[in-house]
Design a protein around this ligand. Structure first.
Ligand code: ADP
Length: 201
């Protein structure tokens, strides 16, 4: 990682917590400041593994929890190799909507956390991870109102466990911030900007 000069900023949280909304707002703000931003997300929808993930999450194929988590790793390997690492070497700012914390938070519902952490140990560590803290009830309300079919992890019990797991792993890494995501979009955005400014200094 000696040549890594860019910055990797990651958004995390349960589905419906508002990551995509905040990632877009941050991109827009930084572009207006003159930065060139790469906004990307996981799963990527580009790797062979991501096609399999999509089929599993949409209940079209079955897999064990371990198989599913390993597919996220395969997809991340593709993402890091093809996009994230080259962009970091070129000193770009990358905003990534989900990264390895999603493996921990979603995966640890059914798999061992130590195993999930070990699978991720060779990936670039984000310069900043912002975890949106939103209750399962609010997440589900937002998911339902966006009107697409509900996916595998989108029920109250799982959304709650995902949030618990995020809170459990957050202190294990540096540069991780929990942000209250139940406030108005603009208030959250302003708090995120304060954090991001410190990281980009
Ligand atoms: P995620 O990417 O975490 O699944 P999205 O950013 O797609 O979540 O947001 C899910 C829905 O909730 C969207 O319809 C979005 O407009 C809405 N939303 C996002 N953030 C907030 C917020 N702070 N307050 C109210 N609604 C929000």
């Amino acid at each position: 990682m000696e040549n890594k000069k860019g910055k990797l900023i990651v958004f995390e949280g349960p589905d419906g917590s508002g990551q995509s909304t905040q990632a877009e707002l941050l991109k827009k703000y930084l572009e207006e400041k003159g930065f060139q931003i790469i906004l990307t997300k996981e799963p990527t929808r580009e790797s062979p593994a991501s096609q399999k993930i999509s089929a599993i999450l949409n209940h079209k194929t079955k897999a064990t929890p371990e198989e599913l988590q390993k597919l996220f790793i395969e997809d991340r390997e593709h993402h890091v190799e093809k996009l994230i690492l080259p962009a970091l070497v070129e000193s770009r700012i990358i905003i990534c909507d989900r990264y390895f914390f999603s493996n921990f938070a979603f995966g640890a519902i059914d798999c061992a956390l130590d195993w999930l952490i070990s699978l991720n140990q060779n990936f670039p560590i984000p310069d900043l991870t912002l975890i949106l803290d939103v209750s399962p009830e609010v997440c589900l309300e937002r998911i339902t109102s966006r009107g697409r079919p509900v996916q595998f992890f989108e029920n109250l019990e799982k959304l709650g466990k995902v949030m618990e797991n995020y809170k459990k792993v957050a202190p294990m890494f540096s540069n991780v911030y929990l942000v209250n995501g139940e406030r108005p979009i603009e208030t959250i955005h302003q708090e995120i900007l304060e954090i991001v400014k410190k990281v980009l200094e």
